[in-house]
Design a protein around this ligand. Structure first.
Ligand SMILES: [Zn+2]
Length: 435
C-alpha cells in the first residue's frame, strides 16, 4: 500500500470516533467521584459555528482530564428546540411556499416544525462528533423531551404557587416584523447617532412654555404628562399646572418625579407610558393614562389624522416638520445613544404594552445578591463582583411568553366568564379539558 502524500483526517477520524463511542469509553462508569458538565445545547435545527468549537474544546479538555484521573465523568450533550430561532427559519420556508402561519392551526404548525427539526437535527450531532467531543451520547437531552417539559411545568407551578409568575400589561420589547416580544437580554443594543430635540409645550395662558428634550418626538401624541424633578427650582412653581400638548388640543399635567435627571436635556421630560419602560413606571406611580400611538404593525395610530398609518421614521420627520411650522422647536443637540434592535431582522425594537406572562425577578435576584455578598458563591474575578450585584438590582420583571407556536405552551387557562381568573393546568395539549 502506498502512503498518502498528506494525512487526511476525514479518512480516519469518523472510524476512530465510532470505535471510541461504541466501546462505551464516553459513558459514565458509575465508579469514582462524580464529575459532570451539561453541554449548553446547540440549536437542533442548524449547524455549529466557531463558538461551539471553542465551547466543545474547553469542556472536553476538562472532561478528558477528569476521566483520566479516574472520576465518574458525565458529559451530557443536548439539542435546543430554540423556539424563536427555529421559528424564523421555518416561517421563511413557509413564505417560499406562498403560505403563512395563519393558514394552519397551532397544532398543525407544531407538528410541521417538529418534523422539520427532526430532519435537521442529525447535522449538529455529527458536527459535535467531528470535533471529537467525548460526550455521553446515550444521555442526550432534547429540550422538548417529555422529562424536560415536565420539569418546565413543575418549575412554572412552583413559581406560580409562590406568586412569582403573573400575567399583566407591561412594556415588552416587540419586533413589529416578527410579531413577537423578547426578553430584555435578547435585545441587541447598538450605539447610534441621533438628536435630542427640544420642543416647547405652551402653558395654558399661551404666554409661557415648558421646553422638554426628547429623542422620540413621534411618540409625543401618547404623552400624558411632563415630568420634572421635585427639587428642581426652575420648575417648582409649575408642578401641578397643565400645558398644551403641541399639534393637538389635549392638555397634560406637569408632575414631579424623582426619576427625572435635572441635568439631562432641559430637566423636563415628556412622559409616554405606553412606549417607554421608565415612563410606564412613572405612569403607574402617578396614575397616568396610557395612550398607544404605535401599533403592533409598527404604524402610527391615535394621532392627528395626518400621521395615522405612517411608519415610525416617517412620522418622526413629519412631526418635527409640523413642530417647526408651528414654531415650537427650540433647538437640537447631537447625541449618541443605545437603540434596541431585533437580533434577527435588525429592525428597531418598539417598547409596546402587551398582556403577557412575567416572572417577578427581584425576590429571586435579591436572594442571589445576598448569597453573593455572604460569599456563598465564589466569584472570579472578585473585583467584578459588584458589577453582578448591580446587575441584580437593575433587573426588571422577565417577559416569559412569546407569540410563536413552536415551544412549550404556557400551562394556564382563563375563566371565560372572568378574564382575571387564571388557573394553572399542565394538560395544555389535551383536546378536552374538564375542570
Ligand atoms: Zn425581527
Amino acid at each position: 500500500m502506498k502512503l498518502a502524500k498528506a494525512y487526511d483526517p476525514n479518512e480516519y477520524e469518523p472510524t476512530i470516533y465510532a470505535m471510541w463511542e461504541t466501546s462505551g469509553a464516553f459513558a459514565p462508569t458509575g465508579k469514582g467521584e462524580p464529575y459532570s458538565i451539561v453541554m449548553p445545547p446547540p440549536n437542533a435545527n442548524g449547524n455549529l459555528h466557531l463558538g461551539h468549537g471553542l465551547m466543545g474544546a474547553l469542556e472536553d479538555i476538562l472532561i478528558r482530564y477528569y476521566r483520566m484521573k479516574g472520576r465518574d465523568v458525565a458529559y451530557i450533550p443536548g439539542a435546543d428546540h430554540a423556539g424563536f430561532e427555529t421559528w424564523v427559519v421555518y416561517e421563511k420556508a413557509l413564505e417560499k411556499e406562498g403560505k403563512s402561519r395563519f393558514d394552519f392551526s397551532r397544532e398543525q404548525l407544531y407538528s410541521q416544525v417538529w418534523n422539520f427539526v427532526e430532519k435537521q437535527r442529525g447535522n449538529m450531532e455529527l458536527q459535535l462528533r467531528a470535533l471529537g467531543v467525548s460526550a455521553s451520547w446515550g444521555d442526550l437531552v432534547f429540550t422538548l423531551d417529555e422529562k424536560v417539559i415536565k420539569t418546565v411545568y413543575g418549575t412554572f407551578k412552583r413559581l406560580w404557587d409562590d406568586k412569582l409568575i403573573y400575567r399583566g400589561e407591561r412594556i415588552v420589547n416587540f419586533c413589529t416584523v416578527h410579531q413577537t416580544s423578547f426578553a430584555d437580554i435578547e435585545v441587541e443594543h447598538k450605539n447610534e447617532k441621533s438628536k435630542l430635540w427640544k420642543i416647547a409645550y405652551p402653558t395654558l395662558d399661551k404666554i409661557g412654555e415648558v421646553v422638554i428634550a426628547t429623542t422620540r418626538p413621534e411618540t409625543m401624541f401618547g404623552d400624558t404628562a411632563i415630568a420634572v424633578h421635585p427639587d428642581d427650582e426652575r420648575y417648582k412653581k409649575l408642578i401641578g399646572t397643565r400645558v398644551l400638548l403641541p399639534l393637538t388640543d389635549r392638555e397634560i399635567p406637569i408632575i414631579a418625579d424623582e426619576y427625572v435627571d435635572p441635568a439631562y436635556g432641559t430637566g423636563a421630560v415628556k412622559i409616554t407610558p405606553a412606549h417607554d419602560p421608565n415612563d410606564f413606571e412613572v405612569g403607574e406611580r402617578h396614575n397616568l393614562e396610557r395612550i398607544q400611538v404605535i401599533g403592533f404593525d409598527g404604524k402610527m395610530m391615535n394621532t392627528p389624522q395626518q400621521f395615522v398609518g405612517l411608519d415610525v421614521e416617517t412620522a418622526r420627520k413629519r412631526t418635527l416638520a409640523a413642530l417647526e411650522a408651528a414654531e415650537l422647536l427650540r433647538g437640537e443637540d447631537s447625541i449618541e445613544h443605545a437603540v434596541g434592535h431585533c437580533y434577527k431582522c435588525n429592525s428597531v425594537i418598539q417598547p409596546l404594552i402587551k398582556d403577557q406572562w412575567f416572572l417577578k425577578v427581584q425576590p429571586l435576584a435579591q436572594r442571589a445578591k445576598k448569597a453573593l455578598n455572604d460569599n456563598e458563591i465564589s466569584f472570579s474575578p472578585n473585583s467584578r463582583k459588584q458589577v453582578l450585584a448591580q446587575y441584580y438590582d437593575n433587573l426588571r420583571d422577565w417577559n416569559l411568553s412569546r407569540q410563536i407556536p413552536w415551544g412549550i405552551p404556557i400551562p394556564a387557562f382563563q375563566n371565560v366568564n372572568d378574564p382575571d381568573d387564571w388557573i394553572f393546568d399542565d394538560r395544555v395539549d389535551e383536546e378536552t379539558i374538564v375542570v
